[in-house]
Design a protein around this ligand. Sequence first.
Ligand SMILES: [Zn+2]
Ligand SMILES: [Zn+2]
Length: 314
Amino acid sequence: MLIRFRGVRGSYSKPLRPKALKGKISSVVQRIKTEDLESPVCREKFLSNLPDVIFGTVGGHTSCVEVRLSDDTLLIFDCGSGLSSLDEDLRKNRDDIRCIHIFLSHFHYDHLAGLPYFSILFDKNVEVFFYSPSEELEENITTFLRKPFHPIGIDAFGAKLHFITLKGSGIKLGNSNISWIKRNHPDTCYAYSVEESGKKIIYSTDTELTESDFKRDSRTDHFFKRADAIILDGQYTLGESIEKYNWGHTSYSMSVDFALEHEISQLFLFHHDPQYDDNKLEAILRSSRWYCQRAVKKTELKIDLAREDREIVI
Ligand SMILES: [Zn+2]
Ligand SMILES: [Zn+2]
């Protein structure tokens, strides 16, 4: 399976400000030595050795994750503003996509903001399947795309739209099994797991972990245990999570504890707070790794930030 992060922010979009971009360029210029410019190879080597915080950005778009199954089936988890970059790539690469599967965790704006501008929806040769365990799936999407909030209604889209309310414990798509579990978040949120060829990834955004999440039972064990990767809400620092108790998000340290508890191999901290800049997010990553090394529960856990445009093969 292939994961591409299209939008990694929570709450609202946070484009890199011009001042921040100038700061990054200035930091790069200060590091250049004459020998770094001697040849294209030297220049590329210099650039590839720069830290992410200088030569890059974590990203400003809200939640959207692309997953490709081994047969190239396209799954999309949430339709935040990051959906626009997937849309751009689909058009640029002229992908002959005829079927798209969109799984919605919940209906907050930051998870839907990209949907009205997803140009694939105008293609009458495409079928789009929306999935959610919510009975209000179709009604919520139709309301979201209604005038005067959007200049055209859902009927203007040429694609054949299907709204599937998920029932039971799982569905099959191609060679994959997809299941879901309810999470603690205002208005309810669902996490999804995708299993294919013995590999499992979990998308669990907008989750406020509590003590009960650490009391394991057969359902949570089956869902989370020994997953290969989890994309998990780690929006806050510990202090802020106490201050913002009941806002529906989790501290990065608790996300680390959770991943360790369930013996998960890789953790991608996700739904980054829009008030945190790249420096702060890199500091959070360092602290997460430091915290993990000192944790009582010892399992191998790789931690990284979910970063826009990054591709991960699982
Ligand atoms: Zn959110
Ligand atoms: Zn939310």
